[in-house]
Every structure is written in structure tokens, then in C-alpha cells.
Design a protein around this ligand. Sequence first.
Ligand SMILES: NC(=O)C1=CN([C@@H]2O[C@H](COP(=O)(O)OP(=O)(O)OC[C@H]3O[C@@H](n4cnc5c(N)ncnc54)[C@H](O)[C@@H]3O)[C@@H](O)[C@H]2O)[C@@H](O)CC1
Ligand SMILES: Nc1ncnc2c1ncn2[C@@H]1O[C@H](COP(=O)(O)OP(=O)(O)O)[C@@H](O)[C@H]1O
Length: 291
Amino acid sequence: MLTHRPMSKIDPSIALDVHANEAACPFTEPRARAAHKGHFGHIMVVGGHVGMAGAARMAGEAALRVGAGRVTLAVHPESRLLAGAGCPELMVHGIAHPDVLDAAFDPMSLLLVGPGLGQDDWSEAMWRQALHSGKPMVLDADGLNWLARHQKQHLPAGFVGTPHPGEAARLLSCQVADIEHNRPAALHALIQTFGGVWVLKGERTLIGDGSQHLMNTTGNPGMATAGMGDVLTGVIGGLWAQGLSPWDAARCGVFGHGRAADAVAAELGERGMLATDLLPWLRRWVNGKTT
Ligand SMILES: NC(=O)C1=CN([C@@H]2O[C@H](COP(=O)(O)OP(=O)(O)OC[C@H]3O[C@@H](n4cnc5c(N)ncnc54)[C@H](O)[C@@H]3O)[C@@H](O)[C@H]2O)[C@@H](O)CC1
Ligand SMILES: Nc1ncnc2c1ncn2[C@@H]1O[C@H](COP(=O)(O)OP(=O)(O)O)[C@@H](O)[C@H]1O
């Protein structure tokens, strides 16, 4: 039986001018002596459903490790203790009723929406609250899956989307093979459809905003492991919260994330790499230390 398949938004005739991503460490000057945490942003991670507290935790911890001032996790009440365990620097709210988020969003400089958010009614209510806040945001993982279901949703002006090819296929109503067959055309379709800055992950991640398109060359197959994308979301958010533009946060974040993974691989090999292994190397990178 034939099943209806919506028409793909990918135009295979698209040929983008794609340059190498040569993003260096974005911070070259030491911090001002009188710096305080209020200067480096307050991020809220919206995610962490039951069984996926770790996704929100990894995004939050990565944001702190690249220098964000404050990070709060808004997670399912059953995830609250686990999400913060072992990282007391993170603030953690268990959210039973997502409508309380309206007030909680007020002091936030930006949101990271999706790591471990899940697919049920609670997840959708959390997602809707985040979108309606109008806050700048990085949308990842289930945050993107909800966007795929509600295509016409109005996105905030400051927006970075970070799909892997599976999520990109859901967003563009096509198969993963269609994405992989012509990744620049898929990137173009994401930008045309939704606006903002897009990071199409995978081997040689692409970054684009409609006027510039880059291909990343750092990173290695050791990164094909759970949670690696959650860490990237935190890195991009942490750089953005410190004053970089969304574009610079995306291109520098992708570069530094891959660079940290390459340092881990050089020391211990690719196999068995954990997403959290990158954290000390991200810290080195963001302080301009060669890895
Ligand atoms: N410790 C945790 O709490 C973790 C929670 N996670 C959460 O789990 C939820 C589901 O995310 P998943 O990404 O696992 O599930 P998805 O179903 O979105 O993605 C998995 C599928 O996407 C496709 N795919 C992914 N990367 C690809 C690539 N590079 N090339 C080709 N195809 C590719 C493959 O078909 C793969 O089976 C998210 O909310 C996520 O944040 C994951 O991030 C893993 C770790
Ligand atoms: N073979 C590879 N080479 C380079 N980078 C890779 C490779 N495989 C995965 N990555 C990177 O690792 C990350 C994986 O993210 P994602 O698939 O979202 O993982 P998760 O959902 O488990 O967090 C992305 O940044 C991706 O670009």
C-alpha cells in the first residue's frame, strides 16, 4: 500500500558556496578584573524528562565549562535530583506545571530547548511555553522534533537550530538518506523554511545563516556517542550568553567541540569516548590554551 509522503523541501539543484570553518577560540583577552557572573549570561535549559535528566545536565554543564555566568535547568520533577547531582553549580527546578515557566524565563538571557525534553504532553507544554517567551534560543533534539510537528510555529529573532540528520529529515519531511545525499541543499532548506542560524551535525558539520555557509573540519568518529549533541548545545549557548552573536557562537562552538573531541582522541583514542570527556578540553580551548 502506498503511504502519503509530504513533498521534501530540499531543492537538489542548490549549490551553496561553502567555506572551511576556521573559527578560532573566540576569547583572546583575559576577563576584566571586576567581572562578575552577571556579565556572562543566565541560561535556562528546558528538557530533562524522566530517564533523560543527563541530557539537560550535560548541556548545562557544558555551558558553564565554556564560561556562562549562571545555568538553571528546568526539568521534569522526577529528574530534579539526578539532573543536578554532582554539579552543585547548576540550579535545578522541577517543573510539574509548565505554565510557571513564564515568570521563570524573565531573568534568562537565553534558553536551550530540547535536550531530553521528550515527546509527551508535558514535553509539548514545556516547548510551547519556551517558544511563546520570545527569548533567544538554541533548539535541539526533541525541541526540533516538536518544531517538525508544528512547522508554522513563530521562532524568536535570535535562533540557532542544531539538528542531526535524523532530526533534519523530520523537519524537512524527507528521509535521512535525502539529507546525507546533499547536505548543503538540506542546510539551505532549513534556513529557507525556518530562518535563523542552522547547524547540520554529523561528519563535517555544516553551519549557515543564509548569507554564509561553513563546513567544519574538527571532530572524529569517537563523537558518535550519546550526549555529544547535548554538549554541543551547551557550548553554543554558553558562548552566546557571553556576548557572541548567534552566528559566531554556532561556528566557534562547533569548531571548539570538535577540537576538544580531537584532543580526547589524541590522548586516549576514539572508541569509548564519553560526551563529558570533552569538558576539561573545552575549558582549555575557551581559555586559548592549545589542546
Ligand atoms: N543521557 C541522556 O539523557 C541522553 C538523552 N538524549 C535525548 O534523547 C532524545 C532522543 O534523541 P536521539 O537523537 O537519541 O533520537 P533520534 O530518534 O532523534 O535520533 C536517532 C536517529 O537519528 C538518525 N541519526 C542521528 N544521527 C545521525 C547521523 N549523523 N547520520 C545519520 N542518521 C543519524 C538515525 O536514524 C538514528 O537512529 C533527545 O531528547 C535527546 O536529547 C540523547 O541525547 C542521548 C543521551
Ligand atoms: N563521525 C563523526 N565525525 C565528526 N563528528 C561527529 C561524528 N559523529 C558524530 N559527530 C558529532 O557528534 C555530535 C552528535 O550529536 P547528536 O547526534 O545530536 O548526539 P546526541 O543526540 O546523542 O546528543 C554532533 O556534534 C556531531 O557532529
